[in-house]
Design a protein around this ligand. Sequence first.
Ligand SMILES: [Zn+2]
Length: 464
Amino acid sequence: MEEEENLVSEEGEGEEEESESDEEESEEENNREGLPFLHRLLLRRDNDNVGGGATGGATVNFDRTLPGKHTYFGTEVEVEGRTILEESQVQTVPLISMPGFILMPQQVFPLTVFHPSVISLLRRVLSTSKTFGVVNLQADSAVWKGLVGTTAEIFEYGEEDPTDHTSIGFKVKARGRQRFKLMSTRREVDGNLTGTVVMLPEIKLENPMYAARLKSCDRFVSWNLEPITPPGSAGSSETEYHVTINHPRQTLDALAPFPAWVYRMYDNQRLVCRLHEELRNCGILNEDVTVPRDPEQLSWWIATNIPIQNHQKEFLLGIDSSVQRLRAELSLLSLCRGRVLACKECSTELAHQSDIFSMSREGPSGAFINPGGHLHETLTLYKAKNLKLVGTPCLEYSWFPGYAWTIIECVSCFCHIGWKFTAGSKALKPEQFYGFSRKSIEAKIEAPEDGGAGQNSEDNIIVM
Ligand SMILES: [Zn+2]
């Protein structure tokens, strides 16, 4: 600790104040030495609302490409080649059920398996199509049929290293690819699941204004549907097309049965612009994160990264067209605005939606795996409240290299919420941040006085 403080002796006044408070804290810690261990843990209530702050002095900024590489996971062997399953066809795919996890296309996730039969399944997959299906199967078999899942394509794997005690299990990194509808499942002799599935197509709609035009008016108009999107103009909701009107008295509105604004509502490029604007308003879109501009990729990026519930994710996964998906997400995002994140168990407010930020280039939410093989979708936040720290900070197996993690619990119900990450060196910025396990939290309306527009209405408001 002393060595670290020497490193930053040239820091500003604010930093000095903070190191003083650190000292006070450590004195307080010493005073607690006489207390039993459990008591000391419980006393460490975390009311620290100081944001990690992306604003820092001349220090080392965290390399935001690191979390997506899952370096804690160990050395991996890269897998090449790709299998694309034909859309709308019935296929047989090996299935892995991951309860509580809805895999989205393009989402990267790590997986550690310990059971010999699942390891043999993954080895078989690696030697053939490199693809398996991920489904969120409930115990009730009645809901299996019709469930929408996503194929996962393995791109790296790692064997257990007998010389390293931290390297246990068979490790795989995979990426979500194609959606499928589950028709039936059967259990193989080795206990693994195989599913008969129908691959779902991604329906691509053409520009609605073009599709609905009166063809007889084509002589007045030259269509070229490449959108004109000046670089860096994501804030504009007005995307223009190279549409040249050859007749001076004609307008685009006159060329279709409905007014032009009706078609604009279903225009992919306009939806992309509106969503980028909405993400910027939420504070999620900034220079630290790469948000796709392609309509389909953006729709999956949003479904992966915004704090929505699993049934809403399932709903988005079931939509076949990016236009409908983007419209539903626009509706969900506008509902998210101004919300608070609360403990799922006891509804204690833990953070504000505007506290969400991206520690990773991929976005504010990432799927990480702990040494026990449990997958946690983790949402990163600058600050949080009403939390209690459990245990001491640990640098080992950190999802954010250079940051030590400490378990955090809800101060009211003691449910596990996630982790507080603190920089191992004071030169590293941000100094601290929080990672909430998404299954432990839910988004709620901040002011409950407008009871009529309560939470139950949220599903009804989704506009498609
Ligand atoms: Zn709670």
